[in-house]
Design a protein around this ligand. Structure first.
Ligand code: SAH
Length: 566
């Protein structure tokens, strides 16, 4: 079973050292520290209860470095509602005790042992079946699926009550277990891919040993697969993957069918017919055909990762301005699934930490088209690639370069890649939010960089936007190679706007050492701005007033002209 990345939650500075040791066991896990109490955690949270409950509800495994009682009380309101749950563990602050609390089927005991090994202590395993038999019968290893959980629980209590058991079929992981085995036993653990009636005297475990080769043209694909398996008397729980021809890689119907059936989809080079396709993909299997499908049944669980290849994925993601809290959840999930990460080194570092199995391809900031093509080459091999941008990938960043590379290419493998653009909070919006609402009415976003467009166009747009009384947001306002352009831009704006027009300068917003300044157009000079600064210039209606906590609020009213009666 693939575990999602756990969260390590700590309440005090004293737990950080233990948390770092646990992080060596799970390098991708982030340490969440209580704001104001913990310095140097990977991210901070404000409220323990809210944070823990949110993690639990998102199915994130939780390692809390505090008393078991605190964790129990905090999660108690959620426990009755939930069927499947993530692993939840309490670990003593000094690392002397590891207590699995919840998520027996989420592999909590396995995690407890892994953490305990890392901390060189013993895990406090309390699951009776596991203690008695040395294995959790209800949590078979990857490659196998349990038939029915409720029947399974009764079966294990029967064994604990003294019933003996025999094993039918191949269950290599039980070789080391201490089961009360007896060849004459009434109860049996049955391992096999044939469909079978559930019965209280049998614990059914299905090897994931079946692959079904399908075509996107088959109507109602998920139902068709289920009924083909039923007719062939093969258990649907044994389905390990769907197979299809590479020529159908971009088909949304195939993707949806695999999603509904809960199995991966693998692609194989085109063959003369579906039966050959199944035989080529799984050479050692018995192949049954019918209904335009071919069912390949192998003698043991299939190693799906070695069959054909998956559809490659390319996600162009926006990290937001920098702070982890401002990264959208879809981007976090994408970072966890990626095999390859491409981008300008600063942003790749900002997106990390990455696991050892995730390849980082760092490049210079300017090689955008090369990076985009490299991303497609990797994705076309079936890898899961992300290209990182700061802020939003569609705002003066990589998304347009990636689409340009695809538009220029005639390679069907590139066009079959599962391409998605995932948005982020752009620097102008992050800066505006901190200042108040300077972009609260119509505004214009411009990059002042003349690297890829003539300066004359920039001047024209500035002139018209300033004349149209739009609030202005300047990206790439200045750099060592472009020292004079900002001064000229401000001259143009000043022709249309009063010197007292409010200006917001946000530098490194959402990053360590961020600064936010409010000034006016008349007082603004290019020396106050560098390439890490966002410049927001108000319209004629933008105004400011003091905030109680110091500094000013800046906003542009929603109305224009005369204030409406309210
Ligand atoms: N895709 C990015 C913008 C890239 S252009 C986004 O949507 O935010 C780079 C410019 O963005 C910089 O020159 C600077 O003007 C601005 N910028 C990016 N991150 C910033 C931050 N954290 N604080 C202030 N400005 C930032």
């Amino acid at each position: 079973m693939t575990q999602s990345t756990p969260a390590i939650v700590i309440l005090g500075q004293g737990s950080l050292a233990t948390a770092r040791r646990i992080q060596q066991v799970y390098p991708a896990a982030q340490i969440h520290g209580l704001a104001g109490r913990v310095e140097g955690a990977d991210c901070t949270y404000q409220e323990f209860g809210v944070t823990l409950r949110a993690l639990y509800q998102q199915d994130t495994p939780i390692i809390a470095l505090c008393a078991a009682g605190i964790v129990i009380r905090t999660l108690a309101p959620l426990l009755l509602e939930k069927g499947a749950e993530p692993a939840v563990l309490a670990v003593a602050e000094d690392g002397s005790a590891v207590v699995p609390l919840l998520g027996g089927l989420g592999g909590v005991n396995i995690m407890a042992r892994e953490i305990a090994d890392g901390l060189q202590v013993a895990a406090a395993i309390t699951t009776s079946g596991e203690l008695r038999f040395g294995t959790c019968l209800l949590n078979p290893p990857s490659g196998y699926a349990l038939g029915d959980l409720e029947l399974g629980k009764r079966f294990v209590s029967d064994l604990l009550a003294g019933h003996s058991v025999r094993i039918e079929g191949a269950a290599p992981w039980l070789d080391q277990a201490q089961l009360p085995e007896d060849p004459q036993a009434q109860r049996s653990i049955h391992v096999g891919s044939a469909a079978r009636e559930a019965s209280a005297s049998e614990l059914l475990i299905y090897p994931r040993s079946v692959a079904v080769a399908v075509s996107a043209e088959t109507a109602d694909l998920p139902d068709a697969v289920r009924s083909a398996l039923q007719q062939a008397k093969v258990a649907v729980q044994s389905l390990a993957c769907l197979l299809a021809s590479e020529t159908q890689m971009a088909s949304p119907l195939l993707r949806e069918a695999a999603l509904e059936l809960g199995v991966p989809l693998r692609f194989v080079a085109a063959q003369s017919d579906i039966e050959t396709l199944a035989r080529v993909a799984v050479p050692a299997a018995t192949v049954l055909t019918g209904h335009g499908m071919a069912i390949a049944v192998a003698g043991q669980p299939l190693d799906v990762s070695s069959i054909g290849r998956p559809r490659g994925r390319l996600a162009v993601i926006g990290l937001g301005p920098g702070a982890a809290e401002l990264m959208v959840p879809a981007v976090k999930a994408e970072l966890a699934r990626a095999t390859d990460v491409l981008g300008y080194e600063t942003y790749v570092r900002m997106a990390g930490p990455f696991r050892d199995d995730q390849v980082q391809h760092c490049t210079d900031n300017r090689e955008e088209m090369q990076r985009a093509r490299h991303a497609f080459r990797l994705a076309a091999e079936g890898r899961s690639v992300i290209v990182v941008s700061s802020g939003d990938p569609g705002v003066f960043a990589m998304a347009a370069a990636v689409l340009e590379a695809l538009h220029e290419s005639a390679d069907p493998a590139w066009h079959s890649v599962d391409l998605e653009i995932l948005p982020g909070v752009s620097a102008s919006l992050a800066t505006a939010a901190q200042a108040g609402a300077p972009l609260g009415h119509d505004f214009c976003v411009m990059s002042l960089s003349d690297n890829l467009k003539p300066w004359s166009i920039i001047e024209k747009r500035l002139d018209l936007a300033a004349e149209a009384d739009l609030a202005l947001a300047f990206y790439n306002p200045i750099s060592r190679a472009r020292p004079w352009q900002l001064g000229r831009a401000l001259e143009i704006v000043a022709q249309h706007r009063a010197p007292e027009t409010p200006v917001v300068l946000g530098r490194d917003i959402g990053r360590p050492g961020q600064t936010l300044r409010t000034t006016t157009l008349g007082a603004l000079t290019p020396e106050q701005v560098d390439m890490r600064t966002m410049v927001l210039i108000g319209s004629s209606t933008t105004c400011t007033f003091p905030r109680a906590s110091g500094g000013d609020w800046v906003y542009t009213p929603r109305w224009y002209g005369e204030k409406p009666l309210s």
